[in-house]
Design a protein around this ligand. Structure first.
Ligand SMILES: Nc1ncnc2c1ncn2[C@@H]1O[C@H](COP(=O)(O)OP(=O)(O)OP(=O)(O)O)[C@@H](O)[C@H]1O
Ligand SMILES: [Mg+2]
Length: 375
């Protein structure tokens, strides 16, 4: 069975799902999207050697914001009218048709000590880590893929785009004690990126934190002009200061996820290796395709990441074989196995790469980073 057939049957199972009603797209969209024909994930090239760390400038956060202005602008945002929501839908499709990221001189390195060629790496590649299903490893993958890319010398920004704030907590922050988060960056034009960005304990990796305030953003954004592009606008000025920007999405297909997909060049889809793994995948693929067609033509599927595989069980291996049949070369070669270290590391407030650097899980995310860098 091809992956398209598999998705068709999954689509039948997913008729009228709740998430479908939540998909927050301009009103002009037709009801039925055309059949899936998404670009293949990567060229299947073997992972290449990383390039030297420490070659790029460290980002220095700026001074704090004017708190009075923050409060005032919040109030202004609340008074936006419903009319603007319609304007937003009309203008959404006319905006954000950016050209693909350019290779910036200096990001391409000549070779390693052994003279082997290193990958040319573009600045400003934005990856959304998406799956509307909860608990599949989105946040774990964002933290650890980010840390592994940073370990390879890339400048990395993680964007916590889930009101649960798990990404921020997993990196040792207490987002509920923070006054300025991604919410302010989205909705308050007086708040700058430098006001919100936090350095993490991982060298070369920064974080835009989130807390429960972000839950209110979905409602507030409805009245914003070009509401789908709010995150893209917020990241625009700093996009090319980072090689990779990873956005940890919430478990829904609401406006926050649509914003992430609009800002992204590609999506990484963590897929838990369990019996119902394929449930909801047709809906997710359709959603990605709709964004690609109507808002963000450069959006691609970077790859599907099999997570939490228990390779000791027949069941785990069966599910993996099913996922492989369904997605073929869209599946990353790297598989993330189930290990208790993944539950322990966030409690310690750090990635598994630093918490248990020699563990199997750390090695797997390093392999994934090399795969991503070679694509
Ligand atoms: N490979 C793994 N092995 C074992 N446990 C894992 C693994 N990956 C993630 N976990 C654990 O599974 C739980 C869910 O993971 P995670 O929070 O990354 O999922 P999520 O998709 O971000 O969830 P949500 O949809 O709620 O945001 C966490 O407790 C995490 O520690
Ligand atoms: Mg999460």
């Amino acid at each position: 069975m091809s992956w398209n057939d598999e998705l068709d049957s999954a689509r039948d199972r997913d008729q009228t799902p709740l998430e479908d009603q939540q998909l927050f797209l301009p009103d002009t969209f037709p009801d039925l999207p055309p059949p899936l024909d998404l670009p293949p994930a990567g060229g299947g090239a073997a992972p290449v050697d990383p390039w030297d760390p420490g070659l790029h400038p460290v980002h220095e956060p700026g001074p704090g914001p004017d708190k009075a202005a923050v409060v005032q602008t919040k109030a202004q945002a609340q008074t936006q009218t419903q009319t603007q929501a319609h304007q937003a839908a009309a203008t959404a499709t006319a905006l954000a048709h950016e050209s693909p990221p350019e290779l910036v001189p200096g990001s391409e390195l000549a070779g390693d000590a052994a003279g082997r060629p290193r990958p040319a790496l573009a600045w400003g590649r934005v990856l959304a880590i998406v799956n509307q299903k909860g608990g599949v490893g989105k946040t774990t993958s964002t933290i650890n893929l980010g840390a592994a890319l940073a370990e390879e010398g890339a400048r990395v920004l993680l964007v916590d785009f889930d009101p649960q704030g798990a990404l921020s907590v997993g990196l040792g922050f207490n987002p509920n004690a923070m006054e300025l988060t991604v919410y302010n960056l989205l909705l308050d034009s007086s708040v700058t990126f430098a006001d919100v960005v936090q350095k993490t304990r991982v060298e070369g990796m920064d974080l835009i934190p989130a807390n429960i305030d972000l839950a209110g953003a979905e409602i507030m954004l409805v009245s914003e002009v070009a509401r789908e592009q709010s995150l893209q606008r917020a990241l625009g000025p700093v996009k090319n200061d980072y090689h990779y920007i990873l956005i940890d999405c919430p478990p829904s297909l609401g406006l926050l996820t649509v914003n992430a997909l609009t800002a992204a060049d590609a999506v990484v889809i963590p897929l838990e290796c369990e019996y119902f793994a394929l449930r909801g995948m047709a809906l997710l693929m359709n959603s990605i395709q709709r964004i690609q067609e109507r808002i963000n033509p450069r959006l691609q599927v970077e790859g599907i990441l099999a997570t939490m595989l228990d390779g000791r069980t027949i069941h785990g291996r069966e599910v993996l074989s099913r996922v492989t049949d369904a997605f073929g070369d869209k599946l990353f070669k790297t598989i993330i196995h189930k290990t208790i270290k993944f539950a322990e590391a966030p409690v310690a407030g750090e990635p598994i790469l630093t918490y248990a650097p020699n563990s199997g899980g750390a090695k797997e995310y390093r392999d994934l980073a090399r795969e991503v860098m070679s694509r």
